[in-house]
Every structure is written in C-alpha cells, then in structure tokens.
Design a protein around this ligand. Structure first.
Ligand code: SF4
Length: 359
C-alpha cells in the first residue's frame, strides 16, 4: 500500500469515487491499454457526464464515441446496464454484488473492482495481472486459467485483501501487475514484495504464467465497395440488425462490428472483383448496369481475436449515388460522423489515399 501511495500512476479515474466513472473506466480497460483508453474516457464523459445521460442517448451516438476502441459489445452492454441502473436502481450503480452481477457486461472481476473502489466493499479482484502477481508470489505453475487454479488464486486474493481499504488494495495489486510484475522481464529489483516471491527464489519467473497455446488464426477475405459520386460522397450501409445480411456471408455483420459499413462481402481473393460486382449490381445498384470500373485499392489487414481479415477494397466512380434503403451518403472525411468500426475506417483511408494521389 505504501508503494502504491508513492508510485501509482495519475489516471483520470483515480481522481474520483463516482461509481459511474469508475464503472466506465473498468469497461473501457477490458481489452484496451490505459494510454489508448484515456482520450476515449474523457470524450465519453464530456458527452455523457451522468448515467442518466448515457441511458437516454441513442445507441448510435454511444457507438460513435466508442468508435475505434473495438469490442463494441462493451459499449452496447454498458448502455443497456445504464438503462437498468436508471430504471431499477434510482440511477446509482448498485452496492450489492448480486445486483451488480445481473447488469449486462458485469462479471465477477468488474463487479469486485467497481464495488471495492467506489463503495469500499470487501471484494478482491482477480484479473490476468493480479493472477500473475499472486502466482509468482506463491510459486503456482501451470495454466492459471484452469478452473481449480483460478479458484485457488481467488481464495488467495480474498485472504490477502486489506479490509480497511479494499479499493486501494485492489488497485495496488493491479498496478503492481501492470507496471512492475509485467508478463515479460518483470522489474524484480523495484518490486516492493520481492522478499516474499517464491518464483524469484526458485528461478521460475519465466515459467509463470505458463504460455497458453494460441488458437490458430483463421484467414478471412472480404471485398468492400467504395462507390464515389462526383461530389466526393460515398455510400455507407446501416448497421446490420441481425448477424445475417442480404446476399453477404454470415460473418460480415460481425466483422463490421454491426456498425455503419461499406457494402461488403466475403469473397475469394482471385475472384473478388467479379463477386463484388455481382453483389453490387443486385444490392447496391438495384439491377442497373452502371458501367463503372471497379478499381482495386490497397488491401487492408485487420485482426479480430483469432481472425485475420484481409479486405480488398474497390473504388467505383459514378455520376450519382444509387438510392439504397437506410444508407447514408457521406464524404470520406466525414465517415466518423457515424459509428464505424476500425475495419471500415481503414477501408475509407485506403480510398482517400488513392484519391489524393489522383489515380
Ligand atoms: Fe513479480 Fe519479481 Fe515482484 Fe516476484 S519479485 S512479484 S516476479 S516483480
């Protein structure tokens, strides 16, 4: 605790005890690095300073402010939970673990983090960082995520918890894992608990945690159409309502994160242009022949968990954009006015690059 008092990083969510702000930070920090999360956290709170403001906002706007952070189910669940908090808990994040765990997007770790930091509830957190610290301290080898091992680590975390200041204790443990007891090359010489560390004594630091076998990446190829009119406007299709979209492969809606997107299909690399033309004629140009040339742009690479996606974008210039139900017409510079995923942003950039080279 003394070490944390002296060396903790000054982070925006550490300057508040507001449960809403702490909750938001915990959700943003799942899967996102601190430095990347900070500007999003600040922008988000500027627009939605209270849980009520978030609950009342259109989902589209919440996603727009989340756009670029990835893992958009976090934002969707956050808003659903905000609506529950307003409807069922008088606008205050519930204090009881049971009620907190019923909210969308709140699991054991997140509940413990929010309740201990905001309300000083005696709940010990266990995430990847804390598990690594505890495993090294106790010399626990093997797969830390294995059921029995994880449960034992949770017991250890519970027994160590400083009951007088559980929020600070949890943050200290997380900070130790994030800044000193890093996965690779931990800084044991600066570690405040090195004298208790079994892994250090036994020379097991490199072995803990055991390397997990990575799932082999699945290669996916998509083809996307950037259709551009004479005023420089392009066509974006609305967020798919379901996980199936007409004429497109089943995984396209998930790969565009169910947000605004260019007309996109799953395709074979060798025949992508032909397949996209066929798709576009039917679903974008309503059967009309346009004569527009499909110019291939620089391929875009995108990784989503275990999927390695290659998008082959094509540019088609037309006099006037076709009318497609629900679609938006925007310039490439203004794509961020609506909620788009990083994949769509990268395709937009590939098109901008080509246009700026006047090719
Ligand atoms: Fe981690 Fe090293 Fe501290 Fe052990 S001594 S807890 S391995 S930083």
């Amino acid at each position: 605790m003394a070490w944390f008092g002296e060396f903790q990083r000054d982070l925006p969510w550490r300057r508040t005890r507001d449960p809403y702000r702490i909750w938001l930070s915990e959700i943003m920090l799942q899967q996102t690095r601190v430095a990347a999360a900070i500007p999003y956290y600040e922008r988000f709170l500027e627009r939605f300073p209270t849980v009520q403001a978030l609950a009342e906002a259109p989902e589209e706007e919440v996603l727009r402010l989340w756009s670029g952070l990835g893992y958009y189910s976090r934002a969707r669940n956050l808003q659903k939970a905000a609506r529950d908090v307003v409807a069922k808990h008088g606008g205050m994040f519930p204090r009881e673990a049971e009620a907190a765990l019923r909210l969308p997007g709140i699991g054991a770790y997140t509940a413990a983090a929010i309740l201990s930091i905001a309300y000083q509830e005696k709940m010990a957190v266990l995430d990847g960082n804390v598990a690594r610290v505890l495993a090294r301290l106790g010399g626990v080898r093997g797969d830390l995520r294995a059921n029995g091992t994880w449960a034992k680590l949770q017991e250890t975390a519970d027994s160590l918890l400083a009951g007088g200041a559980p929020g600070d204790w949890n943050q200290a443990m997380m900070e130790l894992g994030a800044t000193v007891c890093a996965p690779r090359s931990p800084q044991c010489l600066l570690c405040p608990v090195s004298e208790f560390c079994e892994a250090r004594k036994k020379g097991w630091i490199e072995e803990i945690p055991a390397k997990r076998r990575k799932r082999d990446a699945v290669e996916i190829t998509l083809a996307a159409l950037v259709v551009l009119d004479e005023k420089g406007k392009t066509l974006l299709l609305p967020p798919p309502k379901t996980l199936r979209s007409p004429g497109a492969a089943d995984d396209v809606p998930a790969l565009v994160s169910r947000m605004w997107h260019f007309p996109t299909i799953s395709a074979r690399r060798e025949t992508a242009a032909m397949e996209l033309q066929k798709f576009a004629r039917k679903w974008v140009f309503s059967g009309r022949k346009t004569g527009a040339e499909f110019v291939m742009l620089q391929a875009v690479r995108h990784a989503v968990t275990y999927r390695a996606v290659t998008v082959l974008p094509f540019l088609a210039r037309v006099e006037r954009l076709p009318k497609v139900a629900g679609a938006k017409m925007l310039t490439l510079e203004d794509l961020s006015e609506v909620a788009i995923s990083n994949l769509t942003r990268k395709v937009g950039r590939a098109a901008e690059k080509r246009i700026s080279r006047k090719l």
